[in-house]
Design a protein around this ligand. Structure first.
Ligand SMILES: C[S@@+](CC[C@H](N)C(=O)[O-])C[C@H]1O[C@@H](n2cnc3c(N)ncnc32)[C@H](O)[C@@H]1O
Length: 218
């Protein structure tokens, strides 16, 4: 996806997009390990920088690693953020980052907002989640926000219609849900457990978009 106009498009597609980054950072900032001053925090799939802007505003003491494989997204994020000594920029996937020297077990917290949904469930989701768990210190938390399948199949049609209605009412002429690979809560639980996290705790939901807190097991 082109990053130009990305923020506006996300707001039209995702109910509550404007609050996602703020809420995600506030949740992580309140976690026991990331609450410590000056700790390292990973923003995985930082895109055009929404979570980074919030992190810098809410926790200027955090040492942030802003990671995205897309040069275009990183460039836009860097333009929005300007010169920030607290941010290390990495053009990489999490899967590649974790094997770099000093990265395993380095981070006191991580954010992954709207990233897992784009990875197919063919081993790619598990590899991403495993890499995130390995990056974290034991007991550290990940805030994961993603498009999910509903747990009530009878509601699927209604939710899909509501999402399309939300997009139309927000000014989008066509619906954008291609190329996404949402999974249900049972599958997410099995994947995060296999990756090294405890069970996901849901902390918010807007239509199909859900936010979870995950804790890396010792
Ligand atoms: C939909 S955007 C979300 C960006 C931002 N978090 C937000 O909420 O606006 C997903 C981002 O994840 C990045 N991404 C995809 N696969 C990734 C991976 N394996 N590791 C890290 N980032 C990844 C993409 O390049 C893209 O910028």
């Amino acid at each position: 996806m082109q990053s130009s106009g990305y923020e506006r498009l996300q707001s039209q597609v995702i109910p509550g997009y404007g609050s996602l980054a703020r809420l995600s950072v506030a949740l992580l900032a309140a976690s026991p390990v990331a609450a410590e001053p000056g700790v390292d925090v990973l923003v995985a799939g930082c895109g055009t920088g929404s979570e980074l802007l919030e992190a810098v505003a809410q926790r200027p003491d955090w040492c942030l690693t802003a990671l995205d494989p897309s040069a275009e997204m990183l460039q836009e994020a860097r333009q929005r953020l300007g010169d920030q000594a607290a941010i290390q920029w990495q053009q990489s996937t999490v899967e590649a980052l974790v094997d770099a020297p000093g990265m395993a077990g380095r981070f006191a917290g991580a954010l992954s907002v709207l990233v897992l949904q784009s990875l197919p469930d063919d081993g790619s989701k598990l590899a991403f989640l495993t890499a995130l768990a390995r990056c974290l210190k034991p007991g550290a938390q990940l805030v994961l926000v993603d498009l999910m399948q509903t747990s009530l199949p009878s509601l699927e049609g209604q939710l899909d219609q509501a999402w399309r209605g939300f997009q139309r009412a927000s000014g989008l002429e066509c619906s954008l849900q291609d190329g996404l690979h949402p999974i249900g809560l049972a599958r997410l639980t099995s994947l995060v457990n296999a990756a090294g996290f405890g069970d996901p705790a849901r902390i918010f939901q807007a239509l199909g978009f859900e936010g979870f807190l995950l804790q890396r097991l010792s």
